[in-house]
Design a protein around this ligand. Sequence first.
Ligand SMILES: [Zn+2]
Length: 485
Amino acid sequence: MSTPTIPVAGEDGSAASRARDAAEGAAAALEYARRRHGVFVADLLEWLRIPSVSTDPARAADCAAAARWAASRLTAWGVAAEVVEPAPGGHPLVVAARDEDPALPTVLLYGHYDVQSPEPLGDWTSVPFVPAVRGDDVFARGASDNKGQCWALLCAVHAWIASVGRLPVNLRVVVEGEEESGGRTLTDFVGTHAERLRADAAWVADASLFAPGMPALYSAVRGILYLELEAQGARADLHSGMYGGVAPNPLLAICHVLAACKPWNGAVNLPGFYERVRRPSAEELAGWAALPFDEPTFRLEQVQAEALPGEHGFTVLERLWTRPTFDVHGIVGGFVADGAKTVIPARATAKVSMRLVPDQDPDAVLHSFEDRINFLRPEGVTFTIRVLESAPPLQLPLGHPVVAAGKRALVAAFGREPVVVRSGVSLPALNLIAHRLRVPTVMTGFGLPDDRPHAPDEKFHLPNLQAGIAATIAFLRECGALPRT
Ligand SMILES: [Zn+2]
């Protein structure tokens, strides 16, 4: 266990005795969680059986069932939970709270119950919504992302209440159902009920350990600007024999402008794009150089490609964590069926996204992209740009006492210091909690790098359920000793 943070004792010694109580409480909660491991696993399998795929409208009732499942567990444990009605087309939000003492700090736990679609089904060894335990792993869609990790957070709360009768902090819990589908329900709730999520610290586990037994603290995540680019040429499709050579081709126009924005292996060619990109600190770079990361293994086992193309002059980890990207996800237009049809399409559409890094601003990048497209626009073609998603990059305050508490909690659970890394993904909920609600946030994860989230044979390593519970028990205890802000 880590050294407890013992506050300065008051004249009556109450602070010191509180710290002693907290240490004993954490030990009791941990012991309770170890005894209950089998029950916790059985319950997790039950949650995994609910196919809560948020991107599939046919699964709306299953999403609601997964929300009610979490809310009923929390309520039964003494944490008052509410299932909040979703925004149109969305899925319910579970919001729960338990107040112990207004003098104690408040901790917010975040997780999500929705999962990615399980396709392609044929690539699974077992059925995605019939959880299968093989060895120490449970295989199921959502096992790692995020039900297994979220469940660790909730079980830690239960362990405290069941063994000690109370929590060492006041508690807020958010379990959302639109993390994978980009819905508005949590954003709307934060807009209208911010006071219900106000907290002194947040604990988010929606990532992974850096390597088995090696916990990670995430210092930054990338933002995202996701755009749809529509090109319009002639009013209707035309015969390429009769009009080829004079008719504008919007599909070719899209290829032309996108290739100009992102040369192969080169930097993104948008005015001012890199102006606000912050270089990682020397300390960060030194830490990453010492990580057990092998580029050839990463290429062969994870990317499974012949090469790792990208910007020159940066390591793979730098390119993944600290450099912005420009990717094309799909281009639709013209004729794509079997055989040949000599058509010049009237319109074409491309899906484009840019991952953004601190301190890039999505709005400024959007304006730069619009200017560039207008400049490059071939005659006879008009472009329309629609924003599908926009989230700024996020840097978490590593020097904050809450992060130090998170570090000690991870040491307590894993017996070693966490490595400080970044993540290339974008987490809108993290933006809401850390940026909008301004809650000092610890972002970590209990998955393994090879858990295959979003892919066939997703799994969760069950010993990491126990480690995640232990880390969360320790985090709650550590936060109980923090000064209230
Ligand atoms: Zn997730």
